[in-house]
Design a protein around this ligand. Structure first.
Ligand SMILES: *Cc1c(COP(=O)(O)O)cnc(C)c1O
Length: 230
């Protein structure tokens, strides 16, 4: 079942790339495996998945030793400063940085390991109260501050678009994210790159790709619905 779902998602990614004149290699699929048992991750791995997204520190530390070394772990959920130390040397990218204090915590742990940790700035483009992330206006000043941290490297932006019935309703969000990333790139800030745009989930990743996503985070579409009741 995971294999079929993955193939289905892969096909939709290919078609969205074709529609928008992009190459398939420009888009990385992050398999969001939160709440899922290790067997499911292994099945996805055997089908070729190498990028896994988790939103809890504890799930990353539990799953990390059980999966092959070439898996790239992506932290996509809200991260508490006191938990940075548990994952700083295990993750390929932290998608969810939305404050200087969090970036400073990552800096100090990264320095201890002599690492440069790649991060994205989370933007709450639709201004939803329930969501983490900085506003569109706060993004540039925050990025300027974080750029001074030597063991942290900003690679781009991330957003979680609103939950909608029709993915077209989120097209403007993805368009605004693309514009914001271009505006920031044009500032040519030292130690800041803007080649990653992490946007699009199961309900709207095709629209996100059409509007420039370079990473899509797909959970339900690959692993099926999540059960939070236990
Ligand atoms: C859970 C989650 C996803 C995946 O959501 P689906 O709708 O299941 O594809 C993507 N991004 C973040 C930040 C998440 O927490």
């Amino acid at each position: 079942m995971i294999q079929e779902q993955l193939e289905h998602v892969e096909e939709k990614i290919c078609r969205a790339c074709e529609r928008s004149g992009r190459k398939r290699e420009e888009v990385t699929l992050i398999a969001v495996s939160k709440t899922k048992p290790i067997e499911d991750l292994k099945e996805a791995y055997d089908c070729g998945a190498r990028f896994f997204g988790e939103n809890k520190v504890q799930e990353i530390t539990e799953k990390y030793p059980q999966m092959p070394q070439d898996v790239k772990w992506h932290m996509i959920g809200h991260l508490q400063r006191n938990k940075v130390k548990y994952i700083v040397d295990k993750v390929a990218l932290i998608h969810s940085v939305d404050s200087l204090r969090l970036a400073q915590a990552i800096q100090s742990e990264a320095a201890k390991h002599q690492l440069v940790v790649p991060i994205l700035i989370e933007v709450n483009m639709a201004g939803e109260e329930s969501k983490f992330g900085v506003s569109k206006e706060e993004a540039l000043p925050l990025i300027q501050q974080i750029s001074a941290l030597e063991n942290v490297h900003i690679e781009g932006l991330m957003t979680i678009a609103p939950y909608v019935d029709d993915p077209e309703e989120n097209r403007w969000v993805f368009q605004e994210m693309k514009k914001l990333s271009i505006d920031i790139r044009e500032k040519n800030i030292d130690n800041v790159d803007m080649y990653v745009l992490s946007m699009g989930m199961t309900g709207d990743y095709e629209v996100a790709i059409e509007e420039g996503a370079t990473m899509v985070r797909v959970g339900t579409g690959i692993f099926g619905s999540r059960n939070y009741s236990f």
